[in-house]
Design a protein around this ligand. Structure first.
Ligand SMILES: Nc1nc2c(c(=O)[nH]1)N[C@H]1C(S)=C(S)[C@@H](COP(=O)(O)O)O[C@H]1N2
Ligand SMILES: [Mo]
Length: 408
């Protein structure tokens, strides 16, 4: 490396470090000096999370990829995204606390002023384009839904385990999912207010982030009562990272359809296209000649255990969660012996379609390495298979996962 490059690299690294301190100062409301003191006595790294890998994730200082704290003991950081460590769900109850909810940002979290924010409904699929303010939306009849939002790429790293080939994209393990109580207004009410045309076929919510994430969706989805324009999450105004002031909720559909920071909804009498239904969120690969666009989520299960973690030998009650985009969960079976025998897990009472159910099962753990398997079946009879074909961008991994655990 020549001197000039070295200087650039040094400047770049300094900038990254500076940005990191700046972000932490904002997150914890501490001065840099106080933060440095925390780190110097060695408690800081544990309390705040260790220095994240900034590769790819860092933007200019005024653009913060994620605003809320995402400490490393609760999240895996992947560039502009933060994945909840699945073991952190243990003991949190049915709803995922807002602070613990994963963040998936294609670019970064914008800061939007709700008092100047507008939602525009336009296109040839409506008779009268309208514009709503935040207060106008909040004064409309509301509806509350408890539902999951899950990234289409959740479990992507498992494609490599099965097929020895890495799928491209954020290397999620199991924690690109959360369940919340979402309050908002049925999108259909807003569409009707704009004079929805009978011949409208598609609608496309536009995000106000720098990438303007926008995903065309069928009008039938827009007319379902539980498709919401959401302004509250678990009883609080949406956090900036989760779409403040308003996001879409599309129960059962892949995460990207739940457009955050929505500023415009285009309604059309002809099919709509964007990169998010032509280039990404499409299954590409030899087993998918028809190149289907991903729509709804499949059935899955995960243990609330650290990945590749350790347990003491003896009696344990293992816990986990199972979910489906197509219904509620009918059963979860667990195997401790590599799939030779399966035992039914206990399901908790709360089992909401397109959300999840908590399960538990006793296990007498013997010393050694284990691969724990949980296999969920939903109310439509969909069961997790042992294997699924590869797709290049690693969407919808729904096969049974072999969770590595060492018992000591
Ligand atoms: N405007 C906008 N909306 C977006 C995204 C985005 O980057 N920009 N990410 C999408 C993806 S891929 C997912 S999985 C969910 C994640 O929602 P969350 O960050 O609130 O967990 O938001 C979706 N909505
Ligand atoms: Mo996603």
């Amino acid at each position: 490396m020549n001197r000039k490059e070295f200087l650039n690299q040094a400047t770049y690294d300094a900038e990254k470090a500076d940005h990191w301190w700046w972000q932490k100062e904002r997150q914890y409301g501490l001065s840099r000096r106080e933060l440095m003191r925390l780190f110097a006595v060695g408690t800081g790294a544990a309390a705040l999370g260790t220095l994240p890998s900034l590769g790819g994730g860092i933007a200019r200082a005024e653009e913060v990829p994620i605003i809320k704290p995402v400490p490393a003991n609760l999240f895996y950081l992947h560039g502009t995204n933060a994945e909840t460590r699945f073991e952190a769900f243990k003991g949190t109850g049915y709803l995922t606390p807002n602070d613990l909810f994963f963040v998936r940002n294609h670019s970064s979290t914008p800061r939007i002023d709700a008092s100047t924010w507008r939602l525009r409904i336009e296109g040839d699929g409506v008779r009268t384009p309208i514009e709503l303010t935040y207060d106008e939306l909040r004064s409309m009849p509301s509806r509350t839904e408890t539902k999951a939002i899950e990234c289409a790429g959740n479990f992507r790293t498992q494609f490599e385990v099965l097929h020895n080939t890495k799928a491209s994209g954020t290397p999620w393990r199991s924690g690109a999912i959360g369940v919340a109580e979402w309050k908002g207004v049925s999108l259909s009410r807003v569409l009707q207010r704009a004079g929805l045309e009978k011949s409208a076929v598609d609608f496309m919510p536009w995000g106000l982030d720098s990438k303007q994430v926008r995903r065309p969706l069928p009008i039938a989805l827009g007319l379902k009562d539980d498709t919401l324009l959401v302004y509250e999450m678990n009883g609080k105004p949406l956090m900036p990272d989760h779409g403040y002031p308003v996001r879409l909720l599309t129960p059962g559909w892949v995460g990207v359809c739940n457009v955050k920071w929505v500023g415009k909804i285009e309604v059309s009498k002809s099919p709509l296209y964007s990169d998010w239904n032509t280039k990404t969120y499409v299954l590409f690969g030899p087993d998918y000649p028809a190149k289907p666009v991903v729509t709804t989520q499949n059935v899955k299960a995960a243990f609330e255990l650290p990945w590749d973690g350790t347990l003491k030998a003896g009696r344990h009650t293992l816990t986990g969660r199972a979910w489906s985009g197509l219904g509620k969960i009918a059963r979860v079976d667990v195997s401790f012996d590599g799939g030779n025998t399966w035992l039914p897990a206990n399901l908790d009472k709360r089992n909401i379609p397109q959300a999840w159910v908590q399960f538990s099962i006793p296990w007498v753990a013997k010393a050694g390495s284990h691969r724990l398997m949980a296999r969920a079946t939903d109310s439509r009879g969909n069961t997790q298979p042992m294997s699924i074909p590869f797709n290049e961008q690693g969407y919808l991994f729904g096969a049974v996962v072999k969770h590595p655990i060492t018992v000591t």
